[in-house]
Design a protein around this ligand. Structure first.
Ligand SMILES: CC(C)(COP(=O)(O)OP(=O)(O)OC[C@H]1O[C@@H](n2cnc3c(N)ncnc32)[C@H](O)[C@@H]1OP(=O)(O)O)[C@@H](O)C(=O)NCCC(=O)NCCS
Length: 214
């Protein structure tokens, strides 16, 4: 049988980078990986991200994720204001064959001028194990050291969060410490691992990564 063409609303749109060459504080660039692109979070992402990221398995170890579409929209407004102030960058992960995001990945300042920053990430559980984390993480780590001016990138993961700890190890982060009783979730304090990447680690690792120059 002849293959029916897809209705236009289901066709993925080729993403264009209107921010290329700009200061990241004015506009986050589009980062293009092998499987997905990363673009700045927008208010229209709120319904999709709320449905993907508020499920029990995804939110279990996250500290206070926005839980309604309205809260998520306010979070996006805050994210854009913080990016303009040079303290925060939040990307959504959009697979090349899709229009809607499957998750987000963000970097926030801990020390002035982003010298030390913390990153975090969450992907809808139906997309776990598909390679989106590694693909997106490489792009964002490279952007952080290459464009944001980060020298040390920290991540915290509850010790029980097997997927997250394993994912951080795969990207080349070093487990520096255990932060005892550092995360309060569901009525109990959980220990967290502190995983770090410093600029020399990034320099060593990136030669093996598929990074498109941006
Ligand atoms: C963390 C997250 C983004 C990683 O994405 P992902 O697609 O699951 O990551 P990957 O599948 O590439 O890597 C996870 C690794 O953990 C392994 N893993 C799965 N379950 C595990 C468990 N219970 N214990 C230890 N490792 C586990 C996987 O096998 C995989 O390793 P492999 O590729 O060597 O087989 C995703 O799981 C997520 O969004 N989790 C919920 C939100 C969250 O916890 N965010 C992080 C807060 S620090």
């Amino acid at each position: 049988m002849e293959k029916m063409p897809k209705p236009p609303e289901l066709e993925p749109v080729a993403a264009t980078d209107e921010c290329e060459g700009n200061d990241w504080r004015d506009c986050l660039p589009l980062l293009t990986g092998r499987l997905a692109s990363l673009r700045e979070i927008e208010p229209t992402d709120a319904p999709t991200l709320v449905s993907l990221l508020t499920t029990p398995e995804v939110s279990r170890f996250l500290s206070q994720p926005p839980s309604t579409v309205e809260e998520f929209r306010r979070f996006v407004e805050w994210a854009v204001a913080e990016r303009t102030a040079g303290r925060y960058a939040c990307f959504v992960i959009v697979p090349h064959e899709a229009r809607q995001p499957v998750g987000l990945i963000h970097v926030r300042e801990l020390e002035p001028r982003m010298a030390t920053a913390e990153w975090g990430f969450a992907i809808g559980s139906r997309y776990w194990g598909a390679g989106y984390f590694m693909d997106a993480a490489r792009q964002v780590v490279d952007f952080s050291f290459g464009r944001l001016g980060v020298h040390r990138l920290e991540a915290r993961a509850a010790l029980q969060n097997g997927r997250c700890n394993n994912a951080l190890q795969k990207i080349g982060a070093v487990k520096e410490a255990v932060l005892r009783r550092a995360l309060f979730r569901d009525g109990e304090y959980l220990d967290q691992a502190l995983w770090t990447i410093v600029d020399e680690d990034w320099q060593r690792a990136r030669s093996a990564w598929e990074i498109h120059v941006h």
